[in-house]
Design a protein around this ligand. Structure first.
Ligand code: AMP
Length: 397
């Protein structure tokens, strides 16, 4: 057994997964879990997938007040259930790799310092990713740690799509499009290469629709355009994020409405999107349940759909047409009504929905004629495990 621990640290949670990566291409899911509510009411849960009915779901009122304690809990759980010596490495989801890191990298002091410099580019995520890395360095100094980046998959976007129409001196500062959700897109590209070989060289649009949402236009399995930009705030409307907005709104709010930069930032990241427009929730299920009686919930859903169709049109123009549309992530995988409405909006491109397939959670939801539409569950964790195991193999060879 060669275990790889995958860590995904957020502001108040550390999600983790454990894979056996002994055989390349046949990674086995061993366990997945999370510590939520760090610093508040902590909830710890682990589910095992290796045939052991040893699932633990415990609710604790306190106890985990920072990332280091969370990581320590996870290591203790691994030690209790497995040989700690079979743990070969840890792979971290790191949201931002900047211009420097376009591939996964083994972490050392120098690389961590370079990643720390990127905190201002991803203020909500990067510092927490680094907190988990620092914690593990202290708790298990000999364990190799690998950073896998959400930006890396988009390194293939050409300059014309990557750069903003800004003075070159500003572009040279690194103010450009990076794109995110790259681990999810990379997983989908890999799965397509395995399962739909005819699409590998095709024009593919992937819609990662979760609480964070973005689109990625892929040609030959590579990203050529994406809707997120310098930050994960750009592009589609999201659960709590506004997506693209006229930047002049920000000047107006600061100059004329007296809001501080921090206030505007918090509003755009945490109080906008589905939550802001509905005034009710950022959760798609809550909004669907309320939409028949709540006009604001209905408008939030309609706007969410409209923005996807509009941005998809731009992406498909960049692709020069479309062979396949792929839905993934929490909303994309589960919300059949949204998928149906998007397909209706893109009907002019020849899309025909197979209504029955869409409702019954089939993989292919398009009819025989027209471009293909697929629903594919994403799996960012296994992507991190694979990338991590590959680096470990290279080190050991
Ligand atoms: P993610 O960020 O990928 O975990 O996705 C979270 C989003 O998926 C939330 O808005 C959820 O409401 C949504 N979601 C999860 N399950 C369903 C479902 N069965 N129907 C509609 N939306 C769902």
């Amino acid at each position: 057994m060669q275990l790889v621990l995958v860590l995904n640290a957020g502001s108040s949670s550390v999600k983790f997964a454990l894979f056996d990566t002994q055989i390349k291409g046949h990674e086995r899911d061993i366990a997945r879990g999370a510590i939520d509510g760090i610093g508040q009411a902590t909830r710890w849960s682990v589910k095992r997938y290796d045939g052991t009915a040893n699932n633990e779901i415990a609710i604790k009122g306190d106890g985990v007040s920072n990332h280091k304690q969370a990581v320590s809990h996870i290591l203790a759980w691994i030690e209790k259930n497995f040989e700690l010596s079979s743990l070969a490495a840890a792979g971290h989801r790191v949201v931002h790799g900047g211009a420097q890191f376009t591939e996964p990298v083994r972490l050392n002091t120098k690389n961590c310092e370079a990643l720390r410099k990127l905190i201002p580019l991803a203020p909500l995520h990067q510092r927490h990713n680094l907190a988990a890395i620092d914690s593990l360095t202290e708790l298990a100094p000999m364990l190799p740690q690998i950073a896998c980046f959400d930006t890396a998959f988009h390194a293939t976007i050409p300059d014309i799509g990557r750069n903003f129409a800004l003075p070159r001196a500003i572009t040279a500062l690194g103010v450009r499009r990076y794109g995110f959700h790259g681990l999810s897109y990379s997983y989908i590209a890999n799965e397509l290469a395995k399962q739909n070989t005819d699409l590998v060289t095709g024009r593919v649009l992937v819609a990662h629709l979760g609480n964070g949402a973005s689109l990625c236009a892929m040609k030959d399995g590579k990203s050529i355009a994406t809707s997120m930009g310098f930050s994960a705030l750009d592009g589609l409307m999201m659960g709590t994020r506004t997506g693209s907005i006229d930047p002049a709104v920000i000047f107006y709010l600061m100059r004329d409405q007296g809001m501080s930069a921090n206030d505007v930032e918090a509003m755009l990241y945490q109080k906008s999107g589905l939550l802001g427009v509905s005034g009710l929730s950022n959760d798609m299920r809550t909004l669907r349940a309320a939409a028949s009686t709540n006009a604001h919930a209905r408008e939030a859903l309609d706007m969410f759909t409209y923005r996807i169709i509009k941005e998809a049109g731009a992406m498909i123009a960049v692709l020069g047409g479309i062979d396949a549309l792929i839905f993934t992530a929490g909303i994309g995988e589960n919300d059949s009504e949204l998928r149906a409405n998007i397909m209706k909006g893109l009907k002019f491109l020849g899309f025909v929905l197979d209504e029955n397939a869409n409702k019954t959670k089939a993989r292919k939801i398009s009819a025989e004629e027209g471009p293909i539409a697929l629903v594919m569950p994403t799996n960012e964790e296994i992507m991190i495990a694979r990338e991590t195991a590959d680096i470990i193999r290279n080190i050991n060879e």
